[in-house]
Design a protein around this ligand. Structure first.
Ligand SMILES: Cc1cc2nc3c(=O)[nH]c(=O)nc-3n(C[C@H](O)[C@H](O)[C@H](O)COP(=O)(O)OP(=O)(O)OC[C@H]3O[C@@H](n4cnc5c(N)ncnc54)[C@H](O)[C@@H]3O)c2cc1C
Length: 398
């Protein structure tokens, strides 16, 4: 007969990506006993390397504030973090939008930072694995879950049963936990894939992030990293993505320069390209009885605005705010708390998904009239400092 081992926690977090680790750490810091479950057999760490990681994130000020609150930021190697001083967005004709750190507010001298995925994962792992309130359960996945009285029971592979007040799913875009609890998602497959690689330039980028919306619907971004390295994120049709990742370095650089012009200096490839499929995933609801979704498990967005992880970290800070604002000792799985979490997240997430999706669709329509409207629109917005400030504020509070 199969023996079932049972354990009790305040919270169980399924998925040890950046969002799940940040959520587990936040819950543990508030005094909760937390189990982190991941299907990987080994810790989610990534080898340290001199080479810059191909996975990099543009983080907004809210995400950085959360990482500071969790005491993660001070362990990040600041030499490998690049503040964004300005952003230039180019339309497919004459349209241009410029954002400058000075336009934003006086308390900040950057529009955000660029950081490597590897740094965040490794520091979050160190903090969580040494935390007295956190237990790692690796190489396991969820097989079922139910609510019994005021507890959620989580059945894991290997005959383990966990009892908790709150189950958190942060197991990525295709969240198996989401389907086990019966929450449906709507997936829109973009006909684009992202080609990502890093280049050393012989020219100073001055911390400026650049993005081009091209007339064929491609979106190409060059994001600044320290040491005058730029990270390419090129959203393009599948065939072109395969072509770009298959050709040699010289040809790839020629392709990039042919799209963005020659004002970015001479490039040398420092990390090989990787290709990622792109999807919009809308999920509703994001909570159930003693259950919440967060991170990519709760929302998938096109990376053109660099907001996916920012949304995930905003899920974490929203939940933390709700817990810490309560005066009395609370049950972290209580209905009113989870429904407030959902109400507060739905608006920002829907707005960001609508914005990125309409930009994607808008730049795929290529009639001269629409092209004129979008380029003129960009130039009009560029002349309205108040509106630009508002847009930046929105992007900072994913
Ligand atoms: C090209 C590209 C560029 C991007 N740039 C940016 C950017 O500049 N800024 C930004 O904010 N965002 C960006 N994003 C989005 C960002 O990458 C994601 O939003 C973020 O990585 C999601 O993190 P997560 O922790 O929610 O999920 P994930 O990183 O997917 O982690 C999920 C975890 O769940 C685990 N898991 C999966 N299945 C199971 C299971 N059955 N049981 C247990 N565990 C399981 C996995 O092992 C993994 O550890 C970009 C995305 C792409 C594709």
């Amino acid at each position: 007969m199969k023996t079932v081992q049972t354990h009790q926690f305040d919270s169980v977090v399924i998925g040890a990506g950046i969002t799940g680790l940040a959520m587990a750490l936040s819950l543990a810091e508030c005094g909760n006993k937390v189990a982190i479950v991941d299907q990987r057999l080994t810790p989610p760490t990534v080898d340290e390397s001199e080479e810059y990681d191909t996975r990099i994130y543009a983080l907004n000020e809210n995400s950085v504030a959360l990482l500071k609150k969790l005491d993660v930021w001070k362990y990040c190697d600041q030499q490998r973090i690049q503040p964004i001083t300005a952003m230039k967005v180019f339309g497919d004709k004459t349209g241009q939008l410029d954002f400058n750190a000075k336009d934003k507010s006086i308390e900040n001298d950057s529009l955000g930072v660029i950081i490597e995925s590897r740094q965040l994962i490794n520091i979050l792992y160190k903090k969580t694995s040494h935390h007295p309130n956190i237990k790692y359960l690796l190489g396991l996945s969820i097989e079922g879950t139910d609510v019994i009285e005021r507890l959620r029971v989580v059945s894991l592979s290997g005959g383990l049963q966990l009892y908790c007040r709150l189950l958190v799913a942060s197991d990525g875009l295709f969240s198996p936990t989401r389907s086990i609890v019966g929450i449906k998602e709507t997936i829109t497959e973009y006909d684009h894939f992202a080609v990502v690689a890093n280049y050393q330039s012989d020219q100073d980028h001055y911390g400026v992030a650049k993005q081009w919306f091209l007339s064929n619907g491609d979106i190409l971004a060059l994001l600044p990293l320290p040491d005058n390295i730029v990270s390419l994120v090129w959203s393009t049709q599948k065939d072109n993505a395969s072509y770009l990742s298959g050709i040699n370095e010289d040809k790839r650089i020629k392709e990039i320069l042919s799209k963005v012009g020659y004002g970015i200096g001479r490039l040398k490839e420092v990390t090989r390209p990787h290709v990622f499929p792109l999807r919009l995933i809308r999920v509703n609801p994001i909570f159930l009885n003693r259950f919440i979704l967060c991170g990519d498990a709760a929302h998938g967005v096109h990376p053109m605005a660099g907001q996916g992880l920012n949304l995930g970290l905003a899920d974490v800070s929203t939940f933390m705010e709700l817990i810490t604002n309560k005066q009395t000792t609370i049950d972290i799985g209580e209905y009113s708390l989870l429904s407030s979490y959902s109400r507060r997240r739905v608006e920002s997430v829907t707005l960001m998904q609508a914005l990125t999706h309409s930009l994607y669709v808008g730049f795929h329509v290529n009639t001269p009239w629409i092209s004129w409207v979008r380029n003129t629109g960009m130039n009009i917005i560029n002349g309205l400092p108040g509106l630009k400030k508002l847009l930046l504020k929105q992007a900072g509070h994913a």
